[in-house]
Write a protein that binds this ligand. Sequence first.
Ligand code: SF4
Ligand code: ZN
Length: 272
Amino acid sequence: MRTIERYKLINPGDKILIAVSGGKDSLVLLHILSELRKKYNFYLKGVTIDLGIGDYSKRYIEKVEENYEELKVEYEIVNVKDEIGLTISDAVKGIRRRAPCSICGTIKRYVLNKVAYEWKFDKLATGHNLDDILSVLLRSYVRGDYQQALKLYPLLPGRDKLVTKIRPLAETPESDIALYGKIKGINFLEEKCPYSVNSKGLVHREMLDILERESPSSKLSMLRSFYNVYMPALESYYSEKSAELKYCKYCGMPASDDTCSVCKIVARVRKY
Ligand code: SF4
Ligand code: ZN
């Protein structure tokens, strides 16, 4: 509630679509937003993507359905193959040189934005937590990709075909989410995705954990100083350079050049 109010994430009457994966973060967020529906007066619907990652997909879909039904939240399961013509397994096999999570992340962001736009939702809520955001921030520092860092605010306003994104757990450490899930007895999938094994983000998370152990509250203070000090400076720097929003010539969705990153993935896999 503190994060929702501090960053004005929810307005009365909002139509909010929540992306639920079956892991603890998104399921904890589903339980919290479902509980807050009356207090903040908004409509909530869930969406889960069937990524087509073998039996793992079946198992997390079962879990999310149990939770949606327990909470009486309307939901839809969207099949990634129906949306882009490929499963995540097809894409990962077709593009060996790129990390599976990077391919999957690009595709998930695209599909979630597309359905939220087509279903006319005001906002798309995701379960990204403090540790997720800081690990992306650290990676963007290392790569010098500061424009990426500008997308890490709890509220990312939309425009045209880009739906507004909200991250109500942005200031909540992963350990608190795990504890909340345990206390509330939330039934989530403990099994890890088969592609998560060599995920690069793990090293950055370990570094952040060391920092937090040595100096408690470092994580939150790092995030707040980024939001309050660095972000405004970066915003004014990039606003002078930012280009007009372009649209993909194949699918019509927003893109940074004339072909969006998902249509590029599809073309590489199909070897156009
Ligand atoms: Fe996708 Fe990686 Fe998450 Fe698996 S672990 S669902 S490949 S982002
Ligand atoms: Zn496209």
